[in-house]
Design a protein around this ligand. Structure first.
Ligand code: NCD
Length: 334
C-alpha cells in the first residue's frame, strides 16, 4: 500500500487540537534552535530530504521563511520562481511540470495565482506512484493556510498571559475581498471560543459572502463596518492589509476609493488598548505609518519571525519528526 501523504492545502484541514500542537512544537523548536548543538540536531532531522519551492507569484517572506525552515531541518531546496525558465514555455502544462517535481523531490511548496491549483495538484499526485506532500504557500485570492498558522501562533504568543486567543476581538482592515490571508485567518479563528471579528473596509472591498456564511455556520460573531476609528479602541488585535490591486486588471479596472481612511497612523496608537496588537501579513504600503513600528504593540515584524518557526514545525510534522523533536527537547532539559 502507498504511504499516506499529508498535504497542507487549506485551513479547513486544521482543528483546535492541531493548532495547539503545532504552536507548542514551534515554541520548542524556537528553544532548541537557540544553541549550536540544537541547530545541529534540527539540521540532522531531515537532511535526507529535498524540497522544490515552486513560486510563480511574487513573494519575499513566504519564500524566504520556507527556505529558511527547510534549511533549519537540513532539507535541500531547489526553486522555480519564473515559469519562463521551465518547460512551460515550450507548451508543457503546469500539471506536468509539477508532476515532474514530484519525481525529483520529497516535498513541493507552491504559490500560484489560481485558487484551487495546489488542491488539484495534491489530488493528481495522490493518484500517481510517487505522491509527495504539497504545501500551499498562497493560492490566488483564496487561501494562505501557512500565513494563517503563523498569525494564530502570533496571537497565541501575544495573548499568552491573557487567556490565549479565545474571547478576543479581532479587526481585519483593508482589501478583505481579495486578501487571502484575511480569508484564511477568519476561517481559522472559528476554532476559538467566543471570538468577535470585525471587517473594516469600503463596500467594494468587503469580505466575501462565503466567509460570512462560514462564520455563521460556525457560530462566530462578526460585524461589518467602514468605520475604522470606531473599531480601533474596541479590539484586541487589528489586522491591517494592503490593497490587492494586482487583480484590478483581470477584474476590469481600478475602483477609486480613499484607502487612507483605512490606515493605521501614529495617532491611532492612543486609541488602541494598552495590550492590543497591530498585525500585518506584509508587504505594507501606507496602511501602517513607519512611526508605529517602534511601539511594542506593533507585532508585524514578530509575525515574520514566527512564520519561520511555525513552518519548521509544519514540515517536521509532515515528515513525522515532531515526536523525535519533542523527545530531544525533553531529554535536553530545555
Ligand atoms: C501576503 C500574500 O501574499 O497573500 N503576503 C504574505 O504572504 N505575507 C499578503 C499580501 O501580499 O498582501
Amino acid at each position: 500500500m502507498k504511504e499516506r501523504v499529508f498535504h497542507c492545502i487549506n485551513v479547513e484541514q486544521f482543528d483546535y487540537a492541531f493548532l495547539e500542537e503545532i504552536c507548542d512544537l514551534a515554541d520548542k523548536i524556537r528553544e532548541i534552535s537557540r544553541t549550536k548543538a540544537g541547530m545541529e540536531y534540527l539540521a540532522s532531522t531531515l537532511n535526507h530530504k529535498r524540497a522544490m519551492l515552486y513560486f510563480v507569484q511574487p513573494s519575499t517572506r513566504t519564500f524566504l521563511s520556507f527556505y529558511s525552515a527547510c534549511q533549519m531541518l537540513g532539507i535541500k531546496c531547489a526553486e522555480v520562481r519564473d515559469p519562463k525558465t521551465s518547460s512551460e514555455i515550450k507548451g508543457e502544462s503546469e500539471e506536468d511540470t509539477v508532476r515532474t517535481f514530484s519525481l525529483y523531490f520529497d516535498l513541493i511548496i507552491m504559490r500560484h495565482p489560481r485558487a484551487n491549483f495546489a488542491e488539484k495538484i495534491a489530488y493528481l499526485l495522490n493518484k500517481t506512484d510517487h505522491p509527495v506532500p504539497v504545501i500551499n504557500a498562497g493560492s490566488g485570492k483564496d487561501q494562505h493556510p501557512t500565513q494563517a498558522l503563523l498569525d494564530i501562533y502570533t496571537l497565541r504568543r501575544s495573548f499568552m498571559h491573557r487567556g490565549g486567543v479565545a474571547q478576543k476581538k479581532i479587526a481585519f482592515v483593508g482589501d478583505l475581498r481579495r486578501g487571502r490571508t484575511v480569508r484564511s485567518l477568519a476561517k481559522l479563528l472559528t476554532q476559538f471560543e467566543e471570538m468577535k471579528l470585525y471587517f473594516v473596509a469600503p463596500a467594494e472591498y468587503q469580505i466575501g459572502e462565503d466567509i460570512i456564511a462560514f462564520l455563521e455556520q460556525n457560530k462566530t460573531e462578526y460585524e461589518i463596518t467602514d468605520d475604522f476609528e470606531k473599531v480601533v479602541p474596541e479590539v484586541d488585535a487589528i489586522y491591517m492589509t494592503r490593497l490587492q490591486d494586482e487583480w484590478d486588471q483581470e477584474e476590469g479596472g481600478h475602483v477609486d476609493i480613499d484607502i487612507e481612511r483605512y490606515s493605521f497612523q501614529r495617532r491611532h496608537l492612543d486609541l488602541l488598548k494598552p495590550d492590543g496588537i497591530i498585525m500585518h501579513p506584509l508587504p505594507r504600503r501606507t496602511e501602517i505609518a513607519a512611526e508605529v513600528d517602534g511601539d511594542p504593540r506593533a507585532a508585524y515584524w514578530r509575525q515574520v519571525r514566527n512564520g519561520m518557526y511555525i513552518r519548521v514545525a509544519l514540515i517536521a510534522g509532515i515528515f513525522q519528526r515532531d515526536r523525535k523533536i519533542l523527545e530531544y527537547y525533553l531529554s535536553n532539559n530545555l
